[in-house]
Structures are given as structure tokens and as C-alpha cells.
Write a protein of this length. Structure first.
Length: 124
């Protein structure tokens, strides 16, 4: 169900991250608002580099932040990515990918061919 209050893209939050064995709260940033195409969940970029869709009830906004330069609150490893993402948000082209498709991707400084195993809205 869609909540009457929407947390804006770029808002610093603490949100639950579900792992295979546990669920814990971590800091992050809202990267995508809830909409029908993502099953009314928020996309959260967590400070440790992970990304996951999270329901509204599992997200808590952080009130003291670097206004206008929110990426300064993100760890240095992710700062440039978050800054560029937020500066180009809503104008970034979406790539449509499907399960089973082969793509070339960078991982740990090297380029790899990979097969898409699962697609969840903007996450592959």
C-alpha cells in the first residue's frame, strides 16, 4: 500500500537490509521513490555499497544532514557515485534487461561477462 507521505530521493535514511540469514538497520540514501513498477518500494543505496528495495515501514529519515550536499554524508567509497546519481536523477536513461541476458559489467576493477539471473525493477 502506498503511504500518504513520500520520502524524497536524496534523503538520508536508516533502513532495514534483508540478507539471507539476517535483517539489520543500516544508513543509506533514497535512490528511487515508490511506484507501481517497483511494487511501491523505495530503492535505498546503503552506505556499504549495497542496494535494495525497502518498504516504507522499514525506513526512518535522518534529520541532521548536509543540506544541498547530501553526498558529503556518504562514505568516501560511494560518494562520487551518489553525487553523480543525484545530480542526474530523473534524467538518467534506463536500460531494460531480462533474465538470461548476457551483459558485460565491471566488478573489482575488471570487466566480466555475466548472465542476468534476476531482475527486480531497477536492480539486476
Amino acid at each position: 500500500m502506498l503511504c500518504p507521505v513520500i520520502i524524497l530521493v536524496g534523503t538520508r535514511v536508516v533502513a532495514i537490509f534483508h540478507d539471507i540469514t539476517s535483517s539489520n538497520y543500516y544508513s543509506g540514501i533514497i535512490a528511487e521513490p515508490p511506484k507501481s513498477t517497483n511494487k511501491y518500494r523505495y530503492l535505498v543505496f546503503f552506505d556499504d555499497g549495497y542496494a535494495q528495495y525497502v518498504t516504507h515501514k522499514n525506513i526512518f529519515p535522518v534529520w541532521e544532514t548536509s543540506l544541498g550536499r547530501i553526498w558529503e554524508d556518504v562514505p568516501s567509497e560511494s560518494r562520487d557515485f551518489v553525487k553523480k546519481y543525484l545530480e542526474s536523477y530523473s534524467e538518467r536513461p534506463m536500460v531494460k534487461l531480462q533474465t538470461g541476458q548476457i551483459v558485460k559489467t565491471e566488478w573489482k576493477g575488471k570487466w566480466w561477462f555475466a548472465r542476468i539471473v534476476q531482475v527486480d525493477a531497477s536492480l539486476v
